[in-house]
Design a binder for this molecule. Structure first.
Ligand SMILES: NC(=O)c1ccc[n+]([C@@H]2O[C@H](COP(=O)([O-])OP(=O)(O)OC[C@H]3O[C@@H](n4cnc5c(N)ncnc54)[C@H](O)[C@@H]3O)[C@@H](O)[C@H]2O)c1
Length: 451
């Protein structure tokens, strides 16, 4: 069966199913279709499948033109009919893996998707889980579902894990040119999954087990979370010392070895970095081990929105203004630059904390028109001179490249810049407060010179 499927992958006669057509599943489905396979995208959302079948795209990095062409040629179709998965020779699962309210893994989507794959399974099927999850999921959740149907892994069903590394908004790295790690339950499973991804992705990196592949993703995202936590703490340290953290980081980054530049900011967001490390922390708790780096980084990163709001309050206070009643314009609400995604965005915390203190908050984001905050919806405003002039403070949370920051400098009175985008611009009468430099003058006057 392995040889037969390898042949079908080789000659592109294999049909590929993708479960979950979001940020991860849709670009992957498109790559499979562009490689010459017939791809059936299955999603529970009728809104998503209808949109795609109408030749539109709900994912910023996937052009509608591309979807329209693939739908028209018949290479790609999107459906809510689970039974269509029965036609697939290989299925990739890319459904959400959020955290529950108690910050434990919410496996309900993976279990539902594994159920769909299992119900539609037939001998000779390859199933690859792509959703970020704790080590052991592929073997403990996906595999039993399939083998309980009487299929034997490595012989008539093949199971692997391959973490998705998509970086939304990245102009250089995309699904195709980002190396893909693959770990199967058996050697045959790894071989087949590697052959599948080799057909449409530039480089694949086989590892010895699904657990290793699951941990690769968690290591990558924990690495980011911990290093962002470290520079965020450095921003707080520099603030207390009256030293400009950006200057320190930029100078440190001139070291050609042994240092990797991370930058501080208002906190972390998105579907990955704030959540994924908790999957590992949860798993290790079940083994009576506490992942201290993960917990500490999470604690520091989640306090950054409050640190930004504190900066706003101090800056307003210096102008004899309370936060209560002040008009505050939040500039950028996406969780990172140049994307339209607000999931877990620190901007939502910044807005909530400011509103809790009585501020009248508005926002501008070139990619996002509305945000839902608890019980109300905020509508974005245009970035005009009048809007900037009316604001008691402008808080830069997301550093989208298309915003004209000199225009902001020219028209705003007070700017709290959590991303250091105002550095290097022509200074006007605007007061610019960064995350960590405000007490520079005081510190130099009263404390020992730092050399
Ligand atoms: N977004 C990213 O940048 C990114 C990067 C790397 C890895 N990941 C991981 O990839 C996985 C998917 O994330 P995403 O951002 O693509 O999620 P998403 O929310 O954008 O998309 C998930 C899609 O799955 C669909 N879905 C949910 N349950 C389903 C089911 N039972 N059957 C069929 N479809 C179902 C949803 O309707 C949705 O369209 C997560 O585990 C995430 O951690 C995400």
């Amino acid at each position: 069966m392995k040889e037969e499927l390898l042949q079908r992958i080789e000659d592109r006669s294999a049909v590929i199913g993708v479960i979950g057509l979001g940020y991860v599943g849709l670009p992957l489905a498109v790559e499979f279709a562009k490689a010459g396979f017939h791809v059936i995208g299955y999603d529970v959302s009728e809104r998503v499948t209808k949109l795609l079948m109408a030749g539109q795209s709900h994912i910023q990095d996937v052009p509608a033109k591309e979807i329209a062409a693939l739908v028209k040629s018949g290479a790609f179709e999107a459906t809510t009919e689970e039974s269509r998965l029965h036609e697939a020779d290989a299925i990739s699962i890319a459904v959400p893996t959020p955290l529950s309210k108690t910050r434990d893994p919410d496996m309900s989507y993976v279990i539902a998707a594994a159920g769909a794959a299992t119900r539609q399974a037939h001998p000779g099927l390859l199933v690859v889980l792509e959703s970020t999850t704790y080590p052991g999921t592929t073997r403990e959740v996906l595999l039993p579902a399939l083998t309980e149907r009487g299929l034997t892994v490595g012989e008539d069903v093949f199971v692997a894990f391959s973490p998705e590394r998509v970086d939304p908004g990245n102009p250089v790295y995309n699904t195709k040119n980002t190396p893909k790690v693959v770990g199967g339950i058996t050697t045959a499973c790894t071989e087949l999954a590697t052959a599948l991804y080799n057909s449409c992705i530039d480089t694949t990196v086989p590892v010895s087990s699904p657990e290793a592949a699951e941990l690769v993703k968690l290591l990558e995202n924990t690495f980011r979370s911990v290093n962002i936590g470290l520079v965020n703490e450095m921003a707080i340290v520099c603030d207390k010392l009256g030293v400009n953290v950006w200057e320190v980081i930029d100078a440190a980054a001139t070291k050609p070895f042994g240092f990797m530049k991370f930058t501080p900011g208002p906190g972390i967001g998105g579907h990955c970095i704030p959540l994924d490390p908790h999957y590992l922390a949860w798993k290790m708790r079940t083994l009576n081990y506490k992942t201290r780096f993960i917990d500490l980084a999470s604690e520091i990163n989640s306090q950054m929105p409050a640190f930004v709001v504190e900066k706003v309050a101090h800056a307003l206070n210096a102008q004899r203004k309370p936060v209560n009643g002040s008009r505050i314009l939040v500039l950028g609400v996406a969780y990172k630059r140049d994307i339209d995604d607000v999931r877990e965005s620190p901007a939502l915390d910044v807005i909530r904390l400011l509103e809790e203190q009585g501020a009248a908050v508005s926002f501008h984001d070139p990619f996002i028109s509305t945000v839902k905050e608890d019980d109300h919806t905020l509508h974005g405003v245009e970035l005009t001179a009048a809007v900037l002039k009316e604001a008691d403070a402008v808080v830069i949370v997301t550093d989208h490249r298309s915003v004209d920051y000199q225009f902001v400098m020219d028209n705003a009175a007070l700017i709290v810049d959590s991303r250091n985008v105002m550095s290097g611009l022509i200074q006007t009468k605007a007061q610019v407060v960064t995350l960590a430099a405000s007490r520079h003058a005081d510190a130099l006057a009263s404390g020992p010179r730092l050399s």
